[in-house]
Every structure is written in structure tokens, then in C-alpha cells.
Design a protein around this ligand. Structure first.
Ligand SMILES: Nc1nc2c(ncn2[C@@H]2O[C@H](COP(=O)(O)OP(=O)(O)O)[C@@H](O)[C@H]2O)c(=O)[nH]1
Ligand SMILES: [Mg+2]
Ligand SMILES: [Zn+2]
Length: 316
């Protein structure tokens, strides 16, 4: 990378991954070397949709200057992005780009397993285009591992990967490590489920900055949006986000919610209305499939709850 032979060192370019962004500077990881870079002014020109031209997770081309800082001159096309609306505006702020997978951590106990929250996270991941990985942690607290079969099998039958882990016994940790190598992963889940403990198992010295709440507004509501990527020694990155709230249901219309339920998809084209929300419409193939036990009733109930939330948010 960037080995173009040239007598003029200012001509040299290299590619890397943006791991941190401040207002005018960013940090780029190129093969384990971290470079503080400026962003070429031209990059700011055509930005209307997004409030910043360079995002954490972007793959970029950097021009190497004789005297650093080097300059980001090109941003490669984003595969995915996690965004949120800027307060009071239409433009969106990218929290992180090119996330490969959403690792959804739940505890089997302490706190109690909450499949409703899991379904909500799955909808957000499907909508954002991140591959979900479900991690059921603290299995050491179970008497029988097979107690988890009903829930693990429900989601496995839907095609999702489900790992059972314990940071105490070490169960499933190798599988988790294999799943994060060379990928950009965002960990989400309620406080107390064991995210930090799992990350420490992946890499002992890895520390996420804990939630930072800025009181600049005086109301304590404004959580910082500055995410960063933490490089893993085994290869890959973990996204350090200020919190699970970011992993929201942004820009989802009520009729789109059903499309994020993988098991609804085969039926959608058979619903009488293209924008069917599967709750009150006639000729709904999804409701029929629920009645025929082809779609799990619990998942359908989750669907109706999420639909309600999305409806009330779009009414705002
Ligand atoms: N029994 C058990 N406790 C765990 C496990 N993983 C984490 N914990 C405990 O759960 C609590 C919360 O863990 P933490 O990693 O801080 O959760 P986070 O809020 O998701 O980052 C801590 O007291 C951990 O020691 C596990 O696999 N089994
Ligand atoms: Mg934590
Ligand atoms: Zn329908």
C-alpha cells in the first residue's frame, strides 16, 4: 500500500481506515500505523446530506506530505452507515461507516433475557444492513445449557448466528473471537449484560471510553456523537459508540418495519396492499401465515410493538 515509487515524496498516497474524527482532523490507521491527518477542503464542498464528509470507519486515500499532517484526499464509497438526524435539521450525522456486523449481547440472567429488545435490535441491524450476531452471555448462570434451546433455536431457524458465551467459564469465547477477526463490529446491548467483559476476553487491554454525557445544553440530554474505532490486535475493529440509543430505528416508515423481519419476506408480495402494515389490512398474507403457525406468534407480537413505536415516532 502506498509504495508508489517517486522522487517527490509529496506525491505519495496510501489508503487507510479512519478511526477517529474531530472537526478538522482525523486519525487514519494504515496497517497498524496511526496517522493524524487533515481533510482536504474540497471534500467539504458537496456535502449536503451529511454534516461531515469523513466518518469513522471510512476507507480513505491519504496524500503523504513531507511535513505531517498528511491529507485525506478521497473517501471510498460507504457500504453501510449508522446515522442519526441532527437535532432540528434534516441533515444526518454519520456515527460510523462500513460496520460489518452488529453483535447483540444479552444476558441469559442478571439482567433477565429480553427477547423484545433483541427483536428491536434485529430490526435496526436489518435496516442498517449490518449482519447480526446474537450473543447470549452468562451461560454459567444456567443449570442446563439446553434451557436456552427454545430461544436459541427460534433465532437460528430464522437464519441468525447465535453464540452462547460466558466470560467466567470461557464458554464460546473462541467462537466470538473468530467472529470479530478482520471485521468492523459494533457491540450493543443493555448495561450489565457483559459487553465490557466480553471485549476484555477478546483483547485484555481493550478499553472502551464509557458513556460521555455533555452537559453543554444544561439538560444532560445531549450525548456525544463522537464514535471511534478501536483496532484489534487480531485484526478488525470494534466501534466505540456513546451508547445503544444510537442504534435506533432512524428513517423507518411504518410499512417498512415488516421488511426487517426476515420470516415475513416470503409473504410480503402476496399482501393485497404494497404498503400493508400487517395489522388491520384485509388480504394480509403475513397475518394469514401467523394464523397458520408459519410465523412465530411471539415474533409477530414484537413486530406489532415495534410498529407502534415507529408510528408514534413518525407522528412527531
Ligand atoms: N456470571 C457471569 N457474570 C458476568 C459475565 N460477564 C460479565 N459478567 C458480570 O456482569 C456485570 C456487568 O458486566 P459488564 O461487562 O460491565 O457489562 P456491560 O455493562 O454490558 O459492559 C459484571 O459484574 C461482570 O462481572 C458472565 O459471563 N457470567
Ligand atoms: Mg460496559
Ligand atoms: Zn400484510
Amino acid at each position: 500500500m502506498g509504495k508508489k515509487k517517486t522522487s517527490d515524496s509529496s506525491e505519495q498516497h496510501f489508503t487507510g481506515r479512519v478511526i477517529r474524527v474531530d472537526s478538522r482532523m482525523c486519525q487514519v490507521d494504515a496497517d497498524g500505523q496511526i496517522h493524524k491527518c487533515r481533510m482536504r477542503g474540497l471534500l467539504f464542498r458537496d456535502e449536503k446530506e451529511f454534516s461531515r464528509p469523513v466518518a469513522v470507519g471510512d476507507q480513505v486515500v491519504v496524500e503523504r506530505l513531507k511535513t505531517p499532517p498528511h491529507v485525506v484526499v478521497e473517501v471510498k464509497e460507504r457500504k453501510t452507515y449508522l446515522a442519526r438526524r441532527k437535532a432540528g435539521g434534516r441533515s444526518r450525522q454519520i456515527i460510523a461507516a462500513n460496520i460489518d456486523q452488529a453483535v447483540m449481547v444479552l444476558a441469559v440472567a442478571n439482567p433477565q433475557l429480553n427477547p423484545r429488545l433483541l427483536d428491536r435490535m434485529l430490526v435496526a441491524a436489518e435496516h442498517g444492513g449490518f449482519e447480526p450476531l446474537i450473543v447470549l452471555n452468562k451461560v454459567d448462570l444456567l443449570v442446563e445449557l439446553s434451557d436456552l434451546d427454545p430461544i436459541a433455536n427460534l433465532y437460528r431457524d430464522l437464519g441468525y448466528r447465535v453464540l452462547l458465551t460466558s466470560t467466567i467459564s470461557g464458554h464460546g469465547i473462541d467462537d466470538l473471537i473468530a467472529a470479530v477477526i478482520d471485521r468492523i463490529s459494533v457491540f450493543s446491548g443493555m448495561s450489565g449484560v457483559g459487553k465490557s467483559a466480553l471485549l476484555t476476553r477478546i483483547q485484555p487491554n481493550l478499553s472502551l471510553t464509557s458513556k460521555q454525557v455533555s452537559n453543554a445544553t444544561g439538560k444532560g440530554r445531549h450525548t456525544t456523537t463522537h464514535a471511534s474505532l478501536i483496532p484489534l490486535e487480531i485484526g478488525g475493529y470494534v466501534v466505540d459508540t456513546p451508547g445503544i440509543r444510537e442504534f435506533g430505528l432512524i428513517d423507518l416508515e411504518p410499512w417498512e418495519v415488516g421488511r426487517q423481519f426476515v420470516e415475513f419476506r416470503p409473504y410480503l408480495s402476496t399482501c393485497k396492499f404494497r404498503t400493508c402494515t400487517h395489522d388491520h389490512e384485509i388480504g394480509c398474507a403475513v397475518k394469514q401465515a401467523v394464523d397458520d403457525d408459519k410465523i412465530d406468534a411471539y415474533r409477530f407480537d414484537s413486530y406489532l410493538r415495534i410498529l407502534e413505536t415507529v408510528r408514534s415516532e413518525s407522528d412527531l
